[in-house]
Ligand binder design. Structure first.
Ligand SMILES: CCCCCCCC/C=C\C/C=C/C(=O)SCCNC(=O)CCNC(=O)[C@H](O)C(C)(C)COP(=O)(O)OP(=O)(O)OC[C@H]1O[C@@H](n2cnc3c(N)ncnc32)[C@H](O)[C@@H]1OP(=O)(O)O
Length: 241
């Protein structure tokens, strides 16, 4: 699955809906595996589209958040094998997508990956945190989350946020295929049940608290102080260009 929403694959409602549909198709056509990557040469995904949260239409922003939750359920909780070929920056929601896969290969270069929410004055939702603690040790996750740490490729490898480094996108995809090939001699049902048991606690936490998570998000986007911060953040991103 190749993310292709220039310039930075930010996750807006339309892209999330497309992803949700594609994940359904992959599950339905009984694909063995999926590799998630990006069509951009330098950004895997810039995370959530800030414009969806800035001065939002309430009905749309509710659909936006529930679709994001759905994409996470379908990706993190998939039966099929998932790997991410991370060929560029992966902040926040971009990191969430990568961590929701089972294996991550990142191309070398001046790219970074991590959950930077606290730097934006935002508390990452529990399921973002659960996805991180499913990937790297709890102590490292707490440190990274509280300090909004963006890891460079070497740091990400050292902490286990990524599994391998690749020279370029083709190499990243080849390495993801290498990971997928490891399952050729492992019974598929045993593999998928084991994966889902490992992920069950995080999945159940969001299933049980899905409405509450949505309400927290809706309160968050309607808070005037948050709106002011988002406005300043958007300006800072635009000034940079
Ligand atoms: C108590 C419980 C509370 C519960 C409440 C829960 C609330 C939690 C809510 C949300 C969690 C948030 C998750 C997120 O994912 S927020 C998004 C975070 N993402 C970022 O901070 C990344 C920002 N972008 C960048 O750092 C860079 O763009 C880059 C490194 C990805 C790429 O750099 P570069 O190639 O140099 O591109 P530009 O910076 O020049 O950007 C090009 C263009 O794109 C616009 N843009 C960038 N990122 C975003 C984005 N995330 N959304 C929308 N638009 C984006 C940028 O503004 C430029 O636009 P232009 O000037 O008009 O061309």
């Amino acid at each position: 699955m190749t993310l292709q929403r220039p310039p930075v694959n930010s996750l807006n409602l339309d892209l999330l809906k497309e992803m949700s549909k594609s994940l359904d198709e992959i599950a339905k056509n009984k694909s063995k595996a999926m590799i998630l990557t990006s069509a951009s040469p330098k950004v895997f995904s810039a995370g959530l589209d800030i414009m969806e949260m800035y001065k939002p239409d309430l009905k749309r922003v509710e659909e936006f958040w529930t679709t994001l939750q759905e994409v996470w359920f379908k990706l993190f909780g998939s039966n099929f094998i998932t790997a991410a070929a991370i060929n560029g920056h992966a902040p926040a929601g971009g990191c969430l997508l990568a961590m929701s896969c089972e294996y991550r290969v990142m191309t070398g270069g001046n790219f970074s990956i991590g959950l930077n929410e606290t730097a934006l004055g935002i508390v990452a939702p529990n399921w973002f945190m659960d996805t991180m603690t499913n990937t790297i040790p709890v102590r490292e996750a707490e440190y990274a989350l509280t300090t909004a740490r963006m890891f460079n490729v070497e740091e990400a490898l050292k902490v286990g946020l990524i599994d391998e480094v690749a020279t370029d996108k083709d190499d990243a995809i080849a390495k993801c295929k290498g990971f997928i090939g490891k399952f050729d001699r492992i019974p598929a049902l045993a593999r998928s049940i084991t994966k889902l048991k490992m992920r069950q606690a995080a999945i159940k936490r969001l299933q049980d608290g899905r409405r509450e998570d949505l309400n927290e998000f809706l309160q968050f986007v309607q808070n005037p102080k948050i709106q002011k911060s988002l406005e300043m953040y958007i300006q800072s991103l635009k000034k940079k260009a």
